[in-house]
Design a protein around this ligand. Structure first.
Ligand SMILES: NC(=O)c1ccc[n+]([C@@H]2O[C@H](COP(=O)([O-])OP(=O)(O)OC[C@H]3O[C@@H](n4cnc5c(N)ncnc54)[C@H](O)[C@@H]3O)[C@@H](O)[C@H]2O)c1
Ligand SMILES: [Fe+2]
Length: 384
């Protein structure tokens, strides 16, 4: 059924292909930019991926003004400030994030700091809280998970409060996203698995969200089909460029879906796990997704049952949840992806703090079922 009203946006230009990275200098010139600040991290640089970026600038008009490669896992407000300082110090005129969600969201934070000329990110938490024009922004994802290359969201850790701030604005959509399997083939199996499960969680949660619409549904379904078909191949054989390109597209589609439909209780809990115990985002989602689906089975039963066949199971809620559990178990066998919060390093004493943070997370607003502290704690206990 078509809802009475909905909105959908994806203003990001998508460039996907085996040689897509070579378009980077040209895309910069189309945006009127000539001097990039590349935002990356040690893992990405250590995998030789920044060398590949330098190589495409040989003989091009634009240049790399500087490389900031100190992004921590899970973007933090201090790194955001350092990126903004580097941008000003090296007189750059565009941001190019090369990395996973941590690098992309750090660049998004810097986009705000530079536009507003204020480092107080907390003031911009929530939806559409800043409105000054931003600098040109290109993203080259090196994980296939967050979809941040085509979302309006940035998730940034506030070091002072140990919570993750969520900032959303139409101004945070990157201008261009470049998907090139050369940039994801180096991802180790456990990161491939965890980030792939993050993408699956985006697609499933968006499909059950209170703000879903026919376009987000289509993107969710397309994402889920690709993930079920190609994620295991990427984990088994990291060098499989066809499977890598498919997963890069899957993460993108899931990002486009949830950027419009939003996410739910699984992400609220995963963000809280990240804030309180520094559990990697994808790992937390992988553990919590089947429990979140079970929790939502009452209010979102029809949507979950409809996802059964898309996930390769029968058209029932139990079929859908079983397919997710099976995928996770196979990933566990292949690369040790944890199946419980305990195995991921969470202690029973931390559940109370996680539940408290989770119920204040904006994502619960869009969850089909209401979520109280006791509900959140119940899901966490199940997942421990
Ligand atoms: N903005 C959004 O829409 C959105 C959505 C979901 C998650 N997030 C955020 O994104 C962050 C997580 O991002 P992520 O899951 O992409 O992981 P990540 O960016 O934290 O990267 C994880 C690790 O993988 C390494 N790595 C990345 N690509 C590699 C490659 N190709 N080869 C070798 N190593 C590589 C990195 O160096 C890092 O050590 C979290 O902060 C999360 O909250 C944002
Ligand atoms: Fe996510």
């Amino acid at each position: 059924m078509i809802p009475e009203y909905y909105e959908f946006a994806c203003p990001t230009k998508i460039i996907s292909g085996f040689k897509a990275l070579s378009n980077l200098p040209y895309e910069m010139s189309l945006l009127g930019a000539a001097r990039a600040l590349v935002v990356t991290d040690q893992g990405v640089a250590g995998a030789g991926l920044i060398k590949r970026v330098h190589a495409v600038f040989e003989g091009a008009d634009g240049v790399i003004g500087a490389v900031y490669d100190e992004t921590p896992v899970d973007s933090g407000s201090e790194a955001v400030r350092a990126v903004a300082d580097a941008y000003r110090g090296h007189e750059c005129d565009c941001l190019v994030a090369v990395g996973g969600g941590s690098c992309i969201d750090t660049a998004k934070g810097a986009l705000i700091v530079l536009a507003e000329d204020s480092a107080d990110l907390k003031a911009y938490q929530g939806a559409e809280r800043f409105n000054k024009p931003t600098c040109p922004f290109i993203v080259v994802p090196t994980t296939a998970g967050t979809g941040s290359e085509a979302t309006l969201a940035a998730v940034i850790r506030d070091e002072a409060t140990r919570t993750k701030m969520a900032l959303t604005s139409y101004r945070l959509f990157p201008d261009v996203a470049i998907l090139d399997p050369k940039m994801t083939v180096t991802m180790p199996p456990h990161i491939t698995a965890a980030t792939g499960m993050d993408a699956l969680t985006h697609a499933v949660e968006a499909y059950c969200s209170l703000q879903k619409n026919p376009m987000s549904d289509a993107f969710s379904q397309a994402a889920i089909r690709l993930i079920m078909r190609h994620l295991i191949d990427c984990v088994r054989n990291g060098g499989d460029e066809q499977a890598r390109l498919a997963m890069a597209n899957a993460a993108l589609f899931a990002g486009i879906s949830f950027s419009n439909a939003m996410i739910g209780v699984v992400h609220a809990l995963a963000h809280a796990c990240g804030g309180v115990c520094r559990i990697p985002h994808g790992v937390a989602n992988a553990v919590l997704l089947p429990w979140g689906m079970e929790y939502n089975a009452g209010k979102a039963g029809d949507a979950l049952a409809a996802l059964g066949p898309v996930l390769g199971a029968d058209a029932t809620v139990t079929g859908a949840i079983g397919a997710v559990r099976d995928l996770r178990a196979r990933l566990g066998e292949l690369c040790g992806l944890p199946e419980t919060l305990g195995a991921a390093g969470v202690e029973a004493e931390q559940l109370d703090a996680i539940a408290r943070v989770a119920i204040d997370d904006g994502s619960v607003t869009y969850n089909p079922e209401d979520v109280t502290y006791d509900d959140a704690l119940g899901i966490l206990k199940n997942a421990l």
